[in-house]
Design a protein around this ligand. Structure first.
Ligand SMILES: Nc1ncnc2c1ncn2[C@@H]1O[C@H](COP(=O)(O)OP(=O)(O)OP(=O)(O)O)[C@@H](O)[C@H]1O
Ligand SMILES: [Mg+2]
Length: 487
């Protein structure tokens, strides 16, 4: 992490507020959220069925592991969140500890140095509560949920490093993650944090990393994917599961999206002793994650940090009436000059439409970037990076690909296709996610919706009613109004 992003991260930290303890009886509703909704990878609530089939209404495939990786590849700093942490203690009578500084944790000096060297100067919201809980004696189990980027992985990495006894040359901490790439990402955090603590060693239990049968690993920390970890524990006996004293399941929501991973995780869990400390982390917390968590983390403490809600309060919304589909393109070309005053994102319903639109705009001589589902994660990360650095001013994309882009910097969003669900009704959640802002900066934004049929006009009306906000008609042949607003 660079010094620059550190400065931003520190800025984002909020004045400290005491953690809120929540009532056991309300546990389920509070932890689970409304029944018909589930969270996406960013902790947004989206209707459950949309992702169940693996293909969304916009035709793009959802790969949660890829999205999660993408989030990490493009993240520069801690994600800010002003909400209060909710804590549900297994023993409500025991005092609730939270820390405001890393010093309070009485870490080994080598580790404290590692933490500061990463540019962390104080615990994030979720870390304030999670760290003392994970480091407490006797050990306590923990289930923690907070949106992507709030410091969960950094938190348990520190807990693992702090937990191990470097003099014991056997595996003591075991961490599993859904994919090879995500396991590597976690490993990098541990390596960076443990930079000044060379006695602690780390091994990767990932596909292709073959070791001889029956030789016990000396690395104190092993991180890997469920299948390989299971093999290392059972088939190859490289790890003695009875000697594992800390077990971490990261990205639980992504993990359970693959049935095989879910079952393998449970099988690993069964090999462990009762005294092993169990920790589970998830960016979202729908019912299925909760059921899984209950299976693998007995008698847990639960920590939850709700994501900051997005609002439309500071967004001016317009619609452009087009007689037919072809008109939409002309209207967009008319708008183009205004788009490039600031940065704009153009959303299409399908990959095909996005590719067509990007190439048509290019043929017209406009410079646009395309973020598409066919690209590899690395290619997508690089397109987003270029866009965020202002190298491209206009980005054409579908919903799925755009996750991870910090919309705060995009002042104009064009819905070339309106967001609709499978039944053709307004998809209000997606609309909000595309154009909304978290209340914190109150930054202004503009949304232009392309309407090309009576049906899409109905969708606009549904959106207006849902959010109780007016969407004004815009004449793209007379753009003085919008240009005056943007500049
Ligand atoms: N206390 C801190 N101070 C400053 N930066 C931090 C702190 N903790 C974590 N970070 C940084 O914030 C970013 C997000 O942290 P981390 O990856 O741990 O979040 P996460 O909750 O695990 O996200 P995800 O759900 O995507 O895995 C990283 O760049 C990390 O280095
Ligand atoms: Mg993480």
């Amino acid at each position: 992490m660079s010094a620059d992003s550190w400065a931003v991260a520190v800025d984002f930290q909020e004045a400290t507020t005491p953690a809120k303890q929540f009532d056991f009886s309300k546990k389920l509703e509070r932890v689970r959220g409304p029944r018909h909704m589930r969270g996406d990878i960013n902790g947004n609530l989206v209707p459950e069925r949309k992702e169940n089939g693996g293909v969304r209404a916009d035709g793009d495939k959802v790969d949660l592991a890829e999205q999660s990786l993408l989030n990490k590849l493009i993240r520069r700093s801690l994600v800010r969140n002003r909400n209060q942490v909710e804590v549900l203690q297994r023993d409500p009578t025991s005092p609730l500890y939270s820390v405001k500084t890393f010093e309070e944790l009485r870490l080994k000096p080598e580790l404290l140095k590692g933490v500061y060297n990463m540019g962390f100067n104080r615990p994030s919201r979720i870390q304030e509560n999670a760290l003392p809980m994970m480091l407490a004696q006797p050990p306590q189990n923990l289930i923690a949920q907070s949106q992507s980027g709030t410091g969960k992985t950094a938190a348990f990495s520190l807990a693992m490093l702090s937990h191990v006894n470097p003099e014991n040359e056997w595996t003591q901490c075991l961490c599993i993650a859904p994919t090879y790439e995500l396991a590597l990402q976690i490993g990098q955090v541990i390596e960076q944090m443990g930079k000044f603590y060379p006695d602690v060693k780390l091994a990767y239990a990932i596909r292709g990393n073959r070791l001889g049968r029956g030789v016990k690993l000396q690395e104190q920390i092993v991180i890997g994917t469920p299948g390989t970890v299971l093999d290392w524990c059972t088939k190859y006996k490289l790890i003695d599961p009875k000697k594992i004293t800390m077990f971490v399941l990261d990205e639980a929501d992504v993990m359970i999206a693959t049935q095989g991973h879910r079952d393998q995780s449970i099988r690993i869990h069964r090999q462990l002793t009762k005294n092993c400390q169990m920790l589970l982390f998830s960016a979202t917390f729908e019912d299925s994650v909760w059921r899984f968590a209950e299976q693998v983390v007995p008698e847990p403490n639960i920590i939850r940090l709700k994501r900051e809600e997005e609002t439309l309060d500071t967004i001016k919304q317009f619609y452009v009436f087009c007689r037919e589909k072809e008109d939409k393109f002309t209207a967009l070309c008319n708008l183009y000059g205004s788009l490039t005053i600031a940065q704009a994102m153009i959303f299409c319903q399908t990959r095909k439409m996005a590719s067509w639109l990007a190439s048509s705009l290019t043929v017209e001589g406009h410079q646009v970037a395309l973020l598409s589902g066919e690209m590899t994660v690395e290619q997508r990360a690089s397109v987003i990076e270029r866009f965020r650095n202002g190298k491209e001013k206009v980005l054409v994309t579908t919903n799925v690909c755009s996750r991870g882009i910090d919309v705060e910097q995009v002042s104009l969003v064009v819905n070339f296709d309106l967001p609709v669900d499978f039944d053709g009704n307004a998809d209000n959640e997606t609309y909000l996610h595309r154009i909304g802002r978290t209340g914190r900066f109150g930054r202004r934004g503009f949304a232009v919706n392309m309407v090309d049929s009576k049906h899409s006009m109905d969708v606009i009306n549904q959106i207006e009613m849902h959010f109780n906000r007016r969407i004004t008609k815009l004449d793209t042949t007379n753009l003085e109004e919008i240009e005056a607003l943007i500049s």
